[in-house]
Write a protein that binds this ligand. Structure first.
Ligand SMILES: [Cu+2]
Length: 124
């Protein structure tokens, strides 16, 4: 469709204004949301995956603990023990993987899709 350029200009200015207003209004709200997310981010015995990073990168738990991984990225990741004692399927966004650690030891793991992503679970 062909709109006269003056119309396009007015419309795009309108949307630019709306976007600015939305950004201004959502600023404080976003701050609150982020603060809330920061507080809730670290559930015990849970490793989150954000921006190609396992957080916490190293986690120490007592024997018998089930550790849960949650993928917050919009791209699949896996959780794979270097000694193959556990291995997840590819996790899509918000998918989780849980593994019960029944024995003490150090478990180094990585993402098989992005092997530079590494983490460690120490069970004692
Ligand atoms: Cu990955």
């Amino acid at each position: 469709m062909n709109y006269p350029s003056s119309y396009v200009r007015v419309v795009s200015r309108f949307f630019a204004h709306r976007a600015l207003m939305a950004a201004t209004l959502s600023g404080p709200l976003l701050g609150v949301t982020l603060a809330f997310a920061a507080v809730t981010a670290q559930e015990p015995n849970t490793v989150t995956i954000d921006n190609f990073t396992f957080t916490p990168k190293e986690l120490t738990v007592p024997v018998g603990t089930t550790v849960k991984w949650v993928n917050h990225d919009d791209m699949p990741h896996t959780v794979m023990d270097t000694n193959k004692s556990f291995r997840s399927k590819p996790l899509d966004t918000d998918d989780t993987f849980s593994f019960p650690f029944a024995t003490a030891g150090t478990f180094n793991y990585f993402c098989s899709l992005h092997p530079q992503m590494v983490g460690k679970i120490t069970v004692q």
